[in-house]
Structures are given as structure tokens and as C-alpha cells.
Ligand binder design. Structure first.
Ligand SMILES: Nc1nc2c(ncn2[C@@H]2O[C@H](COP(=O)(O)OP(=O)(O)OP(=O)(O)O)[C@@H](O)[C@H]2O)c(=O)[nH]1
Ligand SMILES: [Mg+2]
Length: 342
């Protein structure tokens, strides 16, 4: 009989889920470990995580700097458990406290992991910025995989040139990949497993993230704002969940009340987010509600409010309340972070 092992305790080989049809797996050591997914913004890190897990745990948009926090995703395989840490894209943060904290979050996630997947966009190739960032990663402690993602977008000769440009960089492997089509994803997972130590199942079989549902709901609303709003506006907004509860009494179909506040930095932005006669807010709300209903399998009543919170990105208290990275105090290392791309 297959039983679910308790979290954090190494399962006995005979109890591993999915091993009954493969006796060889029952005798192989179980492997597990942590893998950071890092890279410049928009290189497909979150798309990769969702593809590997076969479900959405991280929001994805065509805009850079979509991911703002470290997002943990657990990939359960018969012989291994791969715990991925998706990270904010590493960019030049300038003087913004929030952006500095995001970049620091990405570097911090690369400490104390077994492997780092460094993502690049095949449409852009290898950039000086990639070399600068790679030089700052703790490569001596973790296996480094250089991932050339979005290869579905380029012709082979261009890909060969990109791979050639990586040949002088020390790493465990260079992997051309398409997170969107799934090309080479299984191969990368197999390579990764060879780099992991024997270890326990850190998470039970039915857990694939450590993100609370509330946080994910706020992220989905933010994704729809990113998709619908133009230019710089998405970077000026944040979503704070006020209410996330089951409506009582329970009916046949569960109903959740979800209320969220969209924070913007200026009064003029508030008008754009609300739109003509509320049209933008309605569109965003309806897209978010449909997706949340599909994911959670419940009926959702969603209310959205818009509030101006000038410079919320500079306010440590607000950043913390939003669940975003926030430093203890303003760090005077702008010059160092600015140097990332030089
Ligand atoms: N053609 C193609 N597009 C991809 C691939 N992977 C990701 N994309 C697209 O690239 C864009 C950015 O993807 P994300 O997964 O949000 O990228 P990210 O690296 O997480 O971005 P940040 O969170 O901003 O750092 C989206 O429009 C994706 O659909 C791929 O393999 N092929
Ligand atoms: Mg992302």
C-alpha cells in the first residue's frame, strides 16, 4: 500500500508514491534539493516553473519585472523532489528601495541551494549583464546550469552562436530550452536530479507551493493589471488583499468573498486604473475572477478598490504588509547595485 510520508521525514523506499510499477526506483536512493531560478527579467523563469509543475504558481506577463517575490514550487517525481525558487528578474534597481530589495531577494535565493538555473532569452542572446550577474552568483557552492530559453523563437544557426558565446563560462551544463513548448524540460529535470544529494521528501505529495492562497489571489489580480495597463503604470501599482473568506452559510457551490485594494502612486494613475465609467477596473476584475474561480473551483465575488499611496515602494511598512521584499532600513549601496549591468 502506498502511504503519504509525513513532511520533513525521509520516507522508507517501499513507501514512495509511484514506485510500485518500477521496482528499480524502490531501490534507488531518493534525491531532493533546492534549485534557484535566476536571470534577467522576462527571460521565462516563471513560465518554466509553471511548466515543470503543470500548474500555475507564478504569474506571467510579457512585461519585465513581473515577479516581485521568491516563489517556491515543488516538483514531485517518483525518485526525487525538486524544490524550485523562482526569483524576481535581476535588473538595475536605481535608487528605488523596492527594486533594490527585489534584486537582493533574487541573489539571496541563490545562496544555500544545490543548483542554480541561470535563464537567458535566446532572442537576446548572451549579454554583458549576464556575465556580470553570473560573476556575483555563489557558483562554487551550487551546480550552475546555463539555460538558453525561448529557443522556439530562433533559427538553429543563431542558437549555435549563442551556445558558442557561453563556451568560456564554467558551468555544469548549458541547456537550450523552451519553457513555453516544453522542449528539453524533462532533460533538464533529469540532469538536475543527478546533481541533487540523497535527501528526504521535504514537502508532502499534495503540496506544490508555500504561497498562501490569499497572496496568489492578489498576484492574479496584479497579473491582469499588468496585462491591461500600458507603459510604466504596472510598475507603480501593488495589490493588497483585504478580504478572503468563505461566505456563510455554505451552499452547494462554495462562495468566496474576495476584496482587494489596488495601490497606485499618483491621483492621475487612479483614474487610468478605474477607466472610463469604471471600464478598466471591470475588465481587470472580470478576468481575475474567472481565473480564480477556475483555479480554486469555487464561485468568487470580487470587489476591487483603488487607492493612492504616494511612494508605496519606498515605505518599508507598506512593502511588508504587501508581502514584498523590504530591507530593514535604506541601504546605501545604490552604487554597487547600479554596477550590476556595467
Ligand atoms: N516564445 C517563448 N516565449 C516564452 C518562453 N518562456 C517564456 N516566454 C514568454 O516570455 C514572457 C516572460 O515570461 P515570464 O515567465 O514572466 O518571465 P520571467 O523571467 O519570470 O520575468 P520576470 O518575472 O519579469 O523576471 C511571457 O510573455 C512568456 O509567455 C519560451 O520558451 N518561448
Ligand atoms: Mg517571473
Amino acid at each position: 500500500m502506498i502511504t503519504s510520508p509525513a513532511p520533513l521525514s525521509p520516507p522508507k523506499p517501499a513507501q514512495r508514491a509511484g514506485t510500485e510499477a518500477r521496482p528499480d526506483l524502490a531501490t534507488r536512493p531518493f534525491k531532493s534539493g533546492f534549485i534557484a531560478i535566476a536571470g534577467q527579467p522576462n527571460t521565462g523563469k516563471s513560465t518554466f516553473l509553471n511548466t515543470v509543475l503543470g500548474r500555475k504558481v507564478a504569474i506571467v506577463t510579457p512585461k519585465a519585472q513581473t515577479t516581485r517575490t521568491r516563489i517556491l514550487g515543488v516538483c514531485h517525481r517518483p525518485d526525487s523532489q525538486l524544490i524550485f525558487l523562482d526569483t524576481p528578474g535581476i535588473h538595475r534597481p536605481g535608487s528605488s528601495l523596492f527594486n533594490q530589495a527585489m534584486v537582493r531577494t533574487a541573489y539571496d535565493a541563490c545562496q544555500d541551494v544545490n543548483a542554480i538555473l541561470y535563464f537567458m532569452d535566446a532572442g537576446r542572446g548572451v549579454q554583458e549583464a549576464d556575465r556580470d550577474i553570473l560573476a556575483r552568483l555563489p557558483q562554487e557552492r551550487a551546480a550552475l546550469f546555463l539555460v538558453m530559453n525561448k529557443v522556439d523563437r530562433i533559427e538553429d544557426p543563431k542558437l549555435y552562436a549563442h551556445l558558442q558565446a557561453l563556451s568560456d563560462l564554467p558551468c555544469t551544463a548549458v541547456v537550450p530550452l523552451s519553457a513555453l513548448t516544453g522542449y528539453n524540460v524533462d532533460h533538464l529535470l533529469t540532469l538536475l536530479t543527478t546533481q541533487l544529494p540523497e535527501g528526504p521528501r521535504y514537502f508532502p505529495d499534495d503540496q506544490w507551493t508555500d504561497q498562501p492562497e490569499e497572496f496568489f489571489a492578489a498576484e492574479v489580480i496584479r497579473e491582469k493589471l499588468f496585462l491591461n495597463l500600458q507603459k510604466e503604470l504596472p510598475y507603480s501599482l501593488a495589490v493588497k488583499l483585504n478580504t478572503f473568506q468563505t461566505r456563510l452559510p455554505l451552499t452547494d457551490k462554495e462562495i468566496w468573498d474576495v476584496e482587494a485594494t489596488i495601490l497606485v502612486e499618483r491621483e492621475s494613475q487612479k483614474g487610468i486604473v478605474i477607466g472610463q465609467k469604471g471600464s478598466m477596473l471591470k475588465q481587470v476584475g472580470s478576468m481575475a475572477r474567472m481565473e480564480l474561480e477556475r483555479i480554486f473551483g469555487v464561485k468568487i465575488f470580487l470587489k476591487l478598490w483603488v487607492k493612492v499611496r504616494k511612494d508605496w515602494g519606498e515605505d518599508v511598512g507598506i512593502l511588508r504588509a504587501l508581502g514584498y521584499p523590504a530591507p530593514e532600513e535604506r541601504q546605501d549601496d545604490t552604487a554597487e547595485d547600479d554596477a550590476l549591468f556595467r
